[in-house]
Design a protein around this ligand. Structure first.
Ligand code: NAD
Ligand code: IPM
Ligand code: MN
Length: 352
């Protein structure tokens, strides 16, 4: 069980430390951790946000535990040197096209959601976000147009095989859970989305037991907070999935609660190679103050045990410990409480 730990910037190291401590407290045999530089921290040390040795370390591991990247002092660098390129580069280089972002209100924790309790209680969805295509990875640039005006442009596209393989991931998840599948797009405006929808319909023929519907992304955003019960598995592209998952986290109660798994096709001895990270960023506004909520990263470690190491029992134990801590009022500032990062980590480990 070789894990590459990449803490990154801002609150990344603070939340990663607590997730590592949770993994270590399980005392799993054969657990080996390697730590690497990534993001702004790597840029400042090595002149590049994703140094070759970090990428090599990730490739040599069975799983990657990732904190967050993003450093305001790097925001004016050329784009290829900015911290965010590290996570984009890892996803692309490691072929991690399937991003699973579960969002759910744990039973008894409806009060953490800003939604009405009866609505919050029904929020339990899995966002399956395509992660290595879309407008994120298309050609982009700035130019001067025919009127002599500056213009920014980004090409959005999806190839058939990119939609097909992520659709299979979502259909398999729906088939295994018995949940319905909602494909979210903007096919009323975008050709990229029309192709997306056509391919999803084709793939659906292979899963007669799964109920499929389609929803435009603007409506989906509205339904996430008004009728979350309408969603089970949500299949969507890179950009829409990015936005909808932050929205879903706010509906759960805090972005500090949502984990993610980024998976590809590579298999390891006990599961699928993957990168695991909270959905939030480096939170420069609270970095260094010891008040970030580490639960999203701890829950990401649980997803790692489930998907990369076949350790369902331990994954479920971690999730139960986090849920119990929340039920006992162990809340960070993001949830209106006063527990700091270390205290939250400690509380979760105590309940393990
Ligand atoms: P952010 O997710 O870092 O923060 C948004 C808000 O949520 C902030 O107010 C922050 O304090 C709060 N927050 C986030 N995580 C929290 C936690 N664990 N506990 C308590 N509060 C938390 O988003 P942003 O401010 O838009 O971006 C900051 C930087 O992070 C940018 O450079 C951005 O590009 C980067 N980013 C990186 C990732 C990643 O590494 N995968 C993800 C998102 C954003
Ligand atoms: C996320 C982040 C990243 C994304 C950024 C930092 C590139 O917002 O993981 O959700 O947009 O995918
Ligand atoms: Mn995001």
């Amino acid at each position: 069980m070789k894990i590459a730990v990449l803490p990154g910037d801002g609150i990344g190291p603070e939340v990663t430390r607590e997730a590592v401590a949770v993994l270590e407290c399980l005392a799993l045999p054969g657990l080996t951790l390697f730590e690497g530089d990534v993001g702004g921290a790597a840029y400042h040390r090595h002149g590049h946000p994703l140094p070759a040795e970090t990428l090599d370390m990730a490739r040599a591991a069975d799983a990657v535990l990732f904190g967050a990247v993003g450093d305001p002092t790097c925001d004016t660098l050329e784009r290829h040197l900015r911290p965010e390129q590290a996570i984009l580069g890892l996803r692309k280089e490691l072929g991690l096209f399937a991003n699973l972002r579960p969002a759910r209100v744990f039973a008894g924790l409806e009060h953490l959601s800003p939604l009405r309790a009866d609505i919050a209680a029904s929020l339990d969805m899995l966002i399956v976000r395509e992660l290595t295509g879309d407008v994120y990875f298309g050609a982009k640039g700035q130019r001067v147009n025919a009127d002599g005006e500056r213009e920014g442009w980004d090409a959005m596209s999806y190839a058939d095989h990119e939609v097909r393989r992520i659709a299979h991931v979502a259909f398999r998840a729906a088939a295994a859970s018995g949940w319905k599948l909602t494909s979210v797009d903007k096919a009323n405006v975008l050709e990229t989305s029309q192709l997306w929808r056509d391919v999803v319909v084709e793939v659906a023929a292979e899963y007669p037991g799964v109920t499929l519907d389609h929803m435009y992304v603007d409506n989906a955003a509205m339904q996430v907070v008004s009728h979350p019960d309408r969603f089970g598995v949500v299949l969507t592209g890179n950009l829409f999935g990015d936005i909808l998952s932050d929205l879903a986290s706010a509906a759960v109660g805090s972005i500090g609660l949502l984990p993610s798994a980024s998976l590809g096709e590579r298999q390891t001895a006990h599961g699928t190679f993957g990168l695991y990270e909270p959905i939030h960023g480096s939170a420069p506004d609270i970095a260094g103050q010891g008040k970030a909520n580490p639960m999203a990263t701890i829950l990401s470690a649980a997803m790692m045990l489930r998907h990369s190491f076949g350790r369902e029992a331990e994954a479920a134990r971690i999730e139960a410990a986090v849920s119990a801590a929340l039920a006992d009022g162990v809340l960070g500032g993001d949830l209106g409480g006063s527990h700091g990062t270390a205290a939250i980590g400690e509380a979760v480990r105590a309940r393990l």
